[in-house]
Design a protein around this ligand. Structure first.
Ligand SMILES: Nc1ncnc2c1ncn2[C@@H]1O[C@H](COP(=O)(O)OP(=O)(O)O)[C@@H](O)[C@H]1O
Ligand SMILES: [Mg+2]
Length: 588
């Protein structure tokens, strides 16, 4: 229940709507209070008329008719008013719950975007999605229906029971006695139903992930002729789903008969005890009818109490899960208030970094300086820490010890957005959105024009490829479109980085699937674009970095060689070995 306090700010935001809703619930209940009394009156009139029948001559009959018409009109008018206000109450309370749902979803989504990459490594995507969809909709059930029914219950009880007691306290006691049993029974049944539907839900997501995996891996399945295996796997999961669903349906089927039985019992009690009381002359015949209607009016709200209790429990559990994420703080936060001018030399000073989840020390006391406008090449085996170094520079992670400075200022003290804006970072794994080629390039700079997109494509060496597609820049890529080759993807990612006109270029092995000549062309284009642009080129290919002003060779997180191409060749160690080996390979 504690967890639900988080929602108070939303109640406050929509307080007028909420209070209006409560008022409408009250009014609709007041309108519902009188018709049962009128119906009781009608019974009394008829019973009186029947006992006077012998002495009557027709005048009584027309009088009775008029009275009946009058009461019939009242019942109708009150029912219409009640209905109208019920409409209003749903319009306010349920609409409020939808508005809060919308706000909450946006709040969670915004918070997700602020969180650091490490958060996404710790938590599964499915979990993230569930909390923003499934859990939020459970919370909405609390905000809407649960609040609506609870208020309705409180108001109808506090209006109807005094009214009943004013007619006959004894009959009230008897008529209401089965209700507590009803509440407990319904609470038990809905708890069982919740547990079972939870199980069904889990099986359903298992089923969908099986089919999703099959569809995305369809090429492998077909080429290994494993269709039967996939089919059996799906069938087993579907069979399990069916069994679990049937077990839920059984409990579901019990729900309504149980309710009807208990309501019937109340009615039976009322008529029996009421009949005895009427015979004894303590109450009028019409009062029995009034009571039967009141009991029926109370049954639904009271029955919903059991249902509401389980909704609130589920909402509290869901909100707790949501809060867990909302309380996560981004590890990398902007400390600055104003903008920063990102310019100058990049300086690594004894930078070390260990991945907290694996304990792998990826970088050990790395120091180097990249002068403004110069190019540095970083080379090393897989796992030597090259990508880690790039991520530290973009502040995707922060170093454990040592400092990274740009223009003499520690990057921790620079405006984070400005820093990332200045960095033309092309990550090792290119990620493209299922969208047009144009939009994928323009993603780097939301308000660029078509010329800029074309220019970026030319510089990234992908323009001629795009021109060959039938729809050119409007070609859709990804799941619903064409599949690009690895090299095409890489060059598109580069175009996306270039369009932002960044001050620094940071290429993390993003030309590995491009042939050497194209690579050289692209690097030349980038160098030509601006003389003052500093470049960091990470590559496993010595040929791509041989023109760099400075080359660093990494091995197990340490710098083992440092200098320009000629120096390193003269040293005749690791770099020279890699270069010669790759030179020989490229000849074949
Ligand atoms: N997200 C991560 N969590 C834990 N360990 C990681 C992570 N990323 C990389 N590593 C480890 O850090 C080391 C350096 O990795 P990386 O910088 O990706 O090397 P490179 O880019 O040179 O191939 C490797 O041993 C790798 O296993
Ligand atoms: Mg890497």
């Amino acid at each position: 229940m504690e967890a639900l306090r988080y929602l108070n700010k939303y109640f406050w935001k929509y307080r007028y709507r909420f209070i209006l809703g409560l008022l409408f619930i009250f009014i609709s209940n007041v309108f519902g209070l009188y018709p049962p009394v009128y119906i009781g009156e009608v019974f009394n009139i008829i019973s009186d008329a029947l006992s006077e029948k012998t002495s009557s001559d027709g005048t009584v009959q027309s009088l009775v008719k008029n009275q009946l018409a009058y009461y019939a009109f009242l019942v109708l008018a009150f029912a219409a008013c009640k209905g109208l206000f019920m409409f209003f109450m749903r319009q306010t309370i349920i609409v409020m719950s939808r508005m809060i749902e919308y706000d909450l979803k946006n709040e969670i989504y915004n918070h997700y975007q602020r969180l650091s990459i490490s958060f996404y490594k710790r938590n599964k995507t499915g979990d993230l999605m569930n909390r923003i969809s499934e859990d939020v909709s459970r919370v909405r059930m609390f905000l809407g229906p649960a609040i609506l029914y609870t208020t309705n219950l409180i108001i109808s009880i506090s209006l109807i029971i005094p009214k009943m007691a004013s007619i006959s306290p004894k009959l009230t006691l008897y008529a209401l006695s089965p209700l507590p049993i009803l509440v407990i029974a319904i609470y038990k049944v809905s708890s069982v139903m919740n547990v079972k539907s939870e199980i069904v839900q889990r099986q359903l997501s298992k089923l969908s992930s099986i089919s999703q995996e099959t569809f995305s891996g369809i090429r492998v399945i077909k080429s290994y002729i494993q269709e039967d295996f996939a089919q059996n796997q799906f069938m087993d999961a579907a069979e399990d789903y069916k069994k679990k669903n049937l077990s839920l349906v059984k409990v579901n089927a019990l729900f309504f008969p149980l309710m009807v039985l208990l309501i019937g019992l109340s009615t039976l009690f009322t008529i029996y005890i009421g009949g005895m009381e009427a015979i004894a002359g303590h109450i009028q015949v019409g009062d029995i009818a009034t009571f039967v209607i009141y009991v029926n009016m109370l049954t639904w709200p009271v029955a919903s109490l059991g249902w509401v209790t389980s909704i609130v429990q589920r909402a509290a559990a869901s909100q707790e899960r949501i809060n867990e994420f909302m309380n996560e703080q981004p590890e990398i936060e902007d400390q600055t208030t104003g903008h920063s001018n990102i310019q100058g030399d990049i300086e690594f000073n004894k930078v070390s970094f260990t991945y907290p989840d694996t304990g792998i020390q990826a970088l050990k006391k790395i120091s180097f300086t990249l002068k403004q406008g110069e190019t540095i090449g970083i080379i090393g085996k897989i796992g030597s820490g090259k990508s880690t170094l790039a991520e530290l520079l973009c502040r995707i992670n922060d170093p454990d010890s040592g400092t990274i400075c740009i223009g003499g200022e520690n990057i921790k003290n620079l405006n984070l957005n400005d820093l990332r804006n200045a960095m033309g970072y092309v990550p090792q794994e290119s990620f493209l959105f299922s969208d047009s080629i144009y939009n994928n390039i323009a993603f780097g700079d939301q308000d660029c024009d078509a010329d800029a997109v074309m220019n970026a494509a030319k510089k990234a060496g992908i323009y001629s490829n795009i021109k060959q597609f039938k729809k050119q820049f409007e070609t859709i890529i990804g799941e619903r479109g064409i599949t690009l080759s690895g090299g095409q993807k890489q060059r598109l990612s580069i175009a996306r980085a270039l369009i932002r006109k960044p001050k620094f270029m940071l290429f993390d092995d993003c030309l590995s699937a491009v042939d050497t000549e194209t690579e050289e062309l692209i690097l030349q284009n980038i160098k030509n674009q601006s003389e003052s642009k500093s470049c960091i080129i990470i590559s496993h290919r010595a040929s791509s970095i041989k023109h760099a002003d400075q080359i660093i060779v990494l091995k197990q997180g340490e710098i083992i060689e440092q200098g320009d191409h000629n120096t390193l060749m003269n040293m005749d160690e690791e770099y020279a070995r890699i270069f010669k080996k790759q030179l020989v390979e490229s000849k074949y």
